[in-house]
Ligand binder design. Structure first.
Ligand code: ADP
Ligand code: MG
Length: 275
């Protein structure tokens, strides 16, 4: 088997994403058996300048210092030939997109209590990063992972590394479903754009459908910029519906911060119950 950096043995390909390819690998230097599985992401850096490579490495080292139970742990980064490689924690439960599709197929739904558990974990993770002035920039169900029924946000800060290096417009081919109106209008990404995306994810957990959907890319983008936010199904509380709508306001300045969301009665009550 192929071993990278004298340490990571490639086991299998997990999939291809916007920025590269993800592999399941075995960390040959891992101290315990249950921690030897890791994810290695290989990103082609192409014609990256030396100073840009140095920036990306510095940024990656910064991310590796972050430690939060609801953020996929960033372990290592290195250059291998013309690839920038990132090694992270492996989440055996798969991603939330798969989980949602599984439930949809079985005609099941998540109960409000479980949704609040996950939603609070997501808010705590986003709060942790925003306090450190790190934005996610690519929050979507495919970037949220399950590990022992806990959720963990993956790829935090990675698009920042890549934005400071490669041209994002040329590498980005992802889904527009979670993009905020201001991002679509090229008015700039800020922490409230992450809040918008979490609002879309909250809607999706409740209804098992995208918050803004349409027959074409243009139709989806038009709904995001012009359409009213949808209602949650009746089985969920009015309070939860209100919270989602606060997060899906078109004007980013009107959206609450993660800190403010954590103080709302329904959320604060749930945080207390969890701890
Ligand atoms: P994208 O986020 O654009 O889908 P990624 O490169 O991040 O692309 O992921 C590719 C695939 O690898 C996805 O199917 C994803 O579910 C899986 N994957 C990524 N990171 C992890 C992880 N930490 N644990 C388990 N699976 C992962
Ligand atoms: Mg990803």
């Amino acid at each position: 088997a192929r071993v990278l950096a004298n340490r990571y043995e490639i086991r299998k390909k997990l999939g291809k994403g916007n920025f590269g390819t993800a592999f399941l690998c075995r960390d040959l230097k891992s101290k315990s058996k249950d921690q030897e599985n890791k994810v290695l992401k290989q990103i082609a850096v192409g014609d990256l300048a030396l100073d840009e490579t140095v920036d990306a490495m510095r940024e990656a080292r910064l991310l590796s210092r972050l430690d939060h139970p609801s953020i996929v742990k960033f372990h290592d980064s290195f250059i291998d030939e013309d690839h920038f490689c990132i090694v992270t924690e492996y989440c055996e439960g798969g991603d939330l997109d798969n989980k949602i599709n599984e439930f949809k197929k079985q005609k099941a739904c998540f109960d409000e209590n479980s949704i609040l558990d996950w939603f609070v974990q997501l808010l705590l993770a986003v709060h942790h990063m925003h306090m450190r002035r790190i934005l996610h920039r690519d929050l979507k169900t495919r970037n949220i992972f399950l590990k022992k029924n806990l959720v963990k946000i993956g790829d935090f800060g990675i698009s920042r590394i890549l934005m400071s290096t490669a041209d994002l417009a040329s590498t980005f081919t992802g889904t527009p479903y979670y993009m905020s109106p201001e991002v679509l209008k090229h008015e700039g990404y800020n922490s409230k754009s992450d809040i918008w995306s979490i609002g879309c994810i909250l809607y999706e957990l409740c209804s098992l459908e995208h918050a803004f959907n349409g027959q074409s890319l243009m139709a989806v983008m038009y709904k995001i910029v012009e359409g009213d936010p949808p209602n949650l199904p009746d089985r969920y509380s009015k309070q939860l519906d209100n919270i989602m709508k606060l997060m899906l306001q078109k004007d980013p300045d009107k959206r609450p911060t993660a800190t403010e969301l954590l103080k709302l009665p329904l959320i604060a009550k749930h945080v207390n119950k969890m701890s």
